[in-house]
Design a protein around this ligand. Structure first.
Ligand code: HEC
Length: 118
């Protein structure tokens, strides 16, 4: 590669890493905002901090629902108090949804050593 080619290559690598860093920072910020909303709207009270569910609410994370389905479930439920758009905007619900989506799959029971008898 000649000198000019090397400079172009370095510039591309730099631009590439800036944009990757930008995306990573943006998504981390989005999830923390969604988590804060998940807490302030009391979702955790019934669904747990990790959306793992409990005696008062079903497991909601990880979720396979697309946003539209998630929104319908939160707006029109039977047992859960429905959150109207006046109380919880679509925009904030999307942030909550993105936080719930970011929660990773838990490890399989057999992979948790403390639960293993042998
Ligand atoms: C007072 C307890 C309570 C609170 C607070 C609560 N939920 Fe629920 N949620 C439930 C219960 C109970 C169900 C099961 C509803 C049913 O089957 O009719 C449910 C169901 C859901 C479902 C559908 C799950 C499924 O697979 O059927 C979603 C999604 C959900 N809740 C999200 C949320 C979000 C997001 C919040 C906060 C904005 C929230 N919930 C706050 C009790 C609660």
């Amino acid at each position: 590669m000649d000198k000019l080619g090397t400079m172009h290559f370095c510039a591309l690598v730099l631009i590439g890493s800036w944009s990757v860093m930008g995306v990573a920072q943006e998504s981390a910020a989005d999830f923390s905002e969604g988590r804060a909303l998940f807490e302030s709207y009391q979702c955790w009270q019934c669904h747990g901090y990790q959306g793992q569910g409990g005696s008062a609410g079903v497991r909601i994370a990880p979720t396979i629902y697309p946003f539209e389905a998630f929104l319908q479930l939160v707006r029109h439920t039977n047992l859960m108090p429905a959150y109207s758009p006046n109380v919880l905007s679509d925009e904030n619900l999307r942030r909550i949804y993105e936080y719930v989506r970011s929660i990773p799959e838990p490890p399989a029971l057999e992979d948790i050593q403390k639960l293993s008898l042998y």
